[in-house]
Design a binder for this molecule. Structure first.
Ligand code: AMP
Length: 116
């Protein structure tokens, strides 16, 4: 947790402009965007991966998806559409071990998910 980059962003140890923030959730631009819109929506609570979620997180995950929906509308990518992505653990390509939902849009996106 001490070395978690997203916890440091939540705790303001790493300054970051938030595109959304409330008591439970924060959202900010991905540092290496892969599309015109690329936002990360994270819970403030440190949860490692989707595989570590429990029943008590049901509402939190639902809220994260609704934050993504609202940001997509605000950033004008909801009419044409977008992708929401959770990477999970090594084979899923997860690099930061603090759950994050990618909101990716602003352009037509390729479908490139296939085995390496
Ligand atoms: P994932 O591969 O799904 O774990 O995605 C991690 C994402 O976090 C990558 O898209 C990174 O570009 C992004 N990222 C890592 N560090 C930062 C940071 N300090 N600020 C914003 N985005 C970051």
């Amino acid at each position: 947790m001490e070395n978690c980059v997203f916890c440091k962003i939540v705790n303001k140890e790493i300054p970051k402009e938030m595109v959304f923030e409330d008591e439970e959730i924060a959202a900010f631009e991905d540092i290496h965007p892969i599309a015109p819109v690329h936002i990360l929506i994270i819970p403030k609570k440190h949860i490692l991966t989707v595989d570590d979620l429990s029943e008590e997180d049901t509402e939190l995950i639902g809220k994260m998806i609704l934050v993504a929906q609202k940001l997509a509308r605000k950033l004008k990518t909801s009419d044409n559409g977008y992708k929401l992505l959770f990477r999970v653990k090594r084979w899923g390509g997860q690099e930061v071990n603090h759950i994050h939902l990618h909101l990716i849009g602003g352009a037509k996106l390729k479908e490139e998910i296939r085995p390496a």
